[in-house]
Design a binder for this molecule. Structure first.
Ligand code: URA
Length: 217
């Protein structure tokens, strides 16, 4: 085994353990009322050594039931876009949300819920140290890129923030409601693929991993 591969494996194990510790801390979070009405915590999923982080809004019904982000209809659409550019949610990306517990009736998370939850996301970013962050939809893009971010105007553009390239694109649920925007979303994913090439990010898959506990909570 090459030295780089060996250290890469160790790094993955360390990050996986740190992510599991963070997950266990997050399980007991009572910072906002959403924790009381959720079925499962939807902490995040993917490869903890990934260079690319996708961030959505918050869990919907299926995600709440399964404890994993983007597993409902919008998740299926997201998987298709990922596949087109050779990304795999279990191998070479990590997916998280602005809030880790489901807001009932699929409403948008409230700004105060996002503020109470964002510390968990910050800790995840600190552990992952992603090179690229993709914001899925307005809620993530306005909180993480710019408060006046308009998805229809600025989707697909990269902004560099502290050495991290950030891009906002359409939320898959919005694409399901408005399929006319699907081709623009596809272009955004192709721009993401170009950025990955430009930054020379290795996309080789590692052992598939998903929830930090290795089994749904
Ligand atoms: N929508 C989101 O923003 N996140 C999910 O995990 C599922 C649907």
């Amino acid at each position: 085994m090459k030295i780089g591969g060996f250290y890469g494996k160790i790094k993955k194990v360390i990050r996986m353990n740190n992510m599991k510790t963070l997950y266990n801390e997050c399980l007991g979070c009572e910072k906002c009322p959403l924790g009381k009405t959720r079925t499962n915590l939807v902490f995040g999923c993917g490869n903890p050594k990934a260079d690319i982080l996708f961030i959505g809004e918050g869990p919907g019904e299926q995600e709440d039931l399964q404890g994993e982000p983007f597993v409902g209809k919008s998740g299926q659409l997201l998987d298709k876009y990922l596949q087109v550019i050779d990304l795999d949610r279990k191998k070479n990306i990590y997916i998280a949300n602005m809030v880790k517990c489901r807001p009932k009736n699929n409403r948008d998370p409230k700004p105060e819920e996002i503020e109470m939850c964002i510390g968990w996301l910050r800790s995840q970013v600190r552990l992952l140290r992603p090179k690229i962050i993709v914001c899925l939809g307005r809620i993530a893009a306005q909180r993480l890129i710019s408060p006046d971010f308009r998805v229809t105007r600025e989707h697909g553009e990269f902004y560099e923030k502290n050495g991290v390239y950030m891009m906002g694109t359409f939320h898959p649920a919005a694409l399901l409601r408005n399929p006319a925007q699907k081709s623009e979303a596809l272009e955004d994913f192709q721009r993401l693929r170009e950025k990955i090439r430009e930054l020379n990010l290795p996309l080789s898959g590692t052992t598939p991993s998903c929830t930090p506990t290795d089994s749904p909570p």
